[in-house]
Design a protein around this ligand. Structure first.
Ligand SMILES: *Cc1c(COP(=O)(O)O)cnc(C)c1O
Length: 227
């Protein structure tokens, strides 16, 4: 299977899942997760029309920022250490994985130096599983409120990464839980915060995530093959 064939198949599956859920397929964006993949794979995907790419590791992303000259949009989706933020300041369109105020403050500081604003999502550990990063559901509203006071970040929604399940249906309660939390936070009408984005769903479970309201699906393996 080539990257272009895989992308065509995934985009079709996204369209079908959205329509089944009574949603506009254009309301779901595909983030191609290119971690561990060479830049040649990113270019191949870009040639096939894919523009948004997600990376987990800053030490891997930084050289790619330089090597990939095409007009791609980069998203950070993995755990982010505060001391790495300076290397990507102003160069990524969205950070999905903000789970603590100290990280938000560092993003604010680095983007502030450039006079820019960084769009972020709050990562929530919906399942409560100990090994997963993300703020707790109970603390999420507080974190959003604290982020809303920072001038150089803008909270655009929530992200979650459920524990690994063999059965894609098993993740559905986590997706539904994130959507409900997003609605709860939206109802608070916090100034400067919108809850437009729900980043959830990966290769094995993106169709369930779309049915539960995902606007960003993060797919690696189904596009680029096994890592
Ligand atoms: C690796 C990764 C993905 C993609 O997972 P696949 O199963 O390869 O689609 C999505 N989100 C995050 C946070 C990841 O680390």
């Amino acid at each position: 299977m080539t990257i272009s064939t895989n992308l065509a198949r995934i985009n079709e599956q996204i369209r079908v899942a959205a329509e089944k859920a009574g949603r506009d397929p254009a309301s779901v964006r595909l983030v191609a997760v290119s971690k561990t993949r060479p830049t040649a794979d990113i270019r191949a995907a870009f040639q096939s029309g894919q523009t948004v790419f997600g990376e987990n590791y800053i030490q891997e992303l930084v050289p790619k920022l330089d090597e990939v000259r095409e007009a791609v949009q980069w998203h950070v989706i993995g755990h982010l250490q505060s001391n790495k933020v300076k290397y990507i300041a102003g160069q990524v369109a969205l950070i999905h994985s903000v789970d603590r105020i100290s990280l938000a403050e560092e993003i604010d500081r680095q983007w502030g130096k450039l006079g820019k604003v960084c769009d972020i999502l709050i990562q929530v550990n919906i399942s409560g599983e100990a090994s997963k990063s993300g703020t707790t559901e109970a603390e999420a509203v507080q974190l959003v409120r604290a982020c809303a006071l920072l001038q150089h970040i803008r909270v655009r929604g929530l992200m979650t990464m459920p524990p690994f399940f063999d059965d894609p249906e098993a993740a559905r309660p986590c997706f539904a839980g994130l959507r409900r939390l997003s609605e709860t936070i939206a109802a608070e009408r916090i100034a400067g915060v919108d809850m437009e984005e729900l980043s959830m769903g990966m290769s094995g479970d993106f169709e369930a995530a779309i049915q539960e309201g995902a606007t960003l699906v993060r797919i690696g393996t189904a596009i680029f093959g096994e890592r």
